[in-house]
Design a protein around this ligand. Structure first.
Ligand code: HEM
Length: 312
């Protein structure tokens, strides 16, 4: 750590405090976001379509084992699986050289803040009122009025899927693919389910258990593997890479970089409860873009991990 790192570390500490307050926590030992979730294992098989565009080992020709954690976005582990919140899919690719690389994605295409400071402001605006247990809506409206470019991303409501296996998950940030020869290109990742995108009805939500998503996924796996394709949007020269609230035009070229096949729950959920997926755990052939939210996340995830490993 250098003296230069200190402001960002204290900003991460402050943000995690604010996230805890927003979720009514802290909940000792739990992730400060995505507290309720479960891990599954499987295999990722590259199609080869990306091999001329990046040196990343898992995107060439050999299948690699993966661990995937699905979660709902809340920091409160008691929030039921069917709550109207975003869901997460955190994937760890276990690479042939023994290292790992992660890809984190959620069920909305755009993030709710362009900078860590805006996310802090939003998180603070969403803190529950002690008397009512819910956020003061006037305060939230005031925040949106002061940040009109965030109105659309904040108001996006992802549907509640029938299964973790029937949702689309966007990794949101731009990353940079780099080839062995030094060629560079901005990209954005998205997981598309092979299953039909079904949504829960209100009646199903009303009668489902709190851990519905995990038990449903276990049942689904007993009937066969659950599959996703990794689609990659190829950015062009002037596409913005610094703002996770701005999508690229739909007509950008896309490739299918690989197929994911999930086959079973991991044997050691307790071990994975003590691990952290991290969007900045990249590998040769992939670089972080200039998105300040992406870079900042490394510090926030480290602080969340530090607290939960300390039993806080
Ligand atoms: C300023 C922006 C953000 C902050 C401060 C933040 C913070 C956090 C924290 C503290 C955790 C818990 C980490 C742990 O204890 O292991 C977490 C989990 C998670 N976040 Fe974020 N996040 C941000 C943006 C995003 C974005 C843009 C995405 C999607 C691309 C995302 C996807 C996820 C997922 C999927 C998890 C669950 C990971 C798991 O299952 O282990 N987050 N986030």
């Amino acid at each position: 750590m250098t003296a230069h790192d200190t402001p960002v570390l204290s900003a991460a500490t402050h943000l995690i405090d604010t996230m805890e307050r927003m979720s009514g926590g802290p909940y000792p030992g739990c992730r400060r976001s995505g507290a309720r979730g479960a891990c599954f294992s499987g295999t990722f098989t590259p199609t080869g379509a990306a091999s001329a565009l990046t040196a990343a080992a898992h995107l060439h020709d050999r299948p690699v084992p993966v661990t995937v954690r699905f979660s709902n976005s809340e920091g409160n582990p008691h929030t039921p699986d069917t709550a109207a919140v975003t869901r997460g899919m955190a994937t760890r690719f276990h690479l042939p050289d023994g290292s790992d690389t992660d890809l984190l994605a959620i069920t909305v295409p755009r993030f709710v803040a362009s900078t860590p400071q805006e996310f802090l402001g939003l998180t603070d605006a969403l803190r529950p009122d002690p008397a009512t247990g819910v956020a003061d809506q006037a305060r939230v409206r005031e925040f949106i009025a002061a940040h009109p470019h965030l109105a659309e991303p904040i108001m996006q409501h992802p549907p509640i899927p029938v299964s973790y296996g029937t949702a689309t998950y966007w990794a949101i940030h731009a990353f940079i693919w780099v080839t062995d020869g030094g060629g560079r290109r901005p990209v954005r990742f998205r997981w598309e389910p092979e299953a039909r995108r079904e949504e829960l009805t209100d009646a199903e939500i009303a009668t489902s258990t709190d851990d519905y998503m995990t038990t449903e996924f276990d049942d689904r796996l007993r009937r066969g593997a659950v599959e996703f394709t990794l689609r990659v949007q190829l950015g062009e020269r002037d596409d913005p890479t610094h703002d996770p609230t701005v999508a690229w035009p739909d007509e950008r070229r896309e490739i299918v970089a690989g197929r994911l096949e999930l086959t079973a729950p991991v044997d050691d959920q307790k071990y994975w409860d003590t691990q952290a997926f991290n969007p900045t755990r990249i590998t040769e052939g992939i670089e972080l873009s200039d998105d300040p939210v992406l870079k900042f996340r490394a510090h926030a995830y480290a602080e969340s991990l530090h607290r939960r490993r300390a039993g806080r």
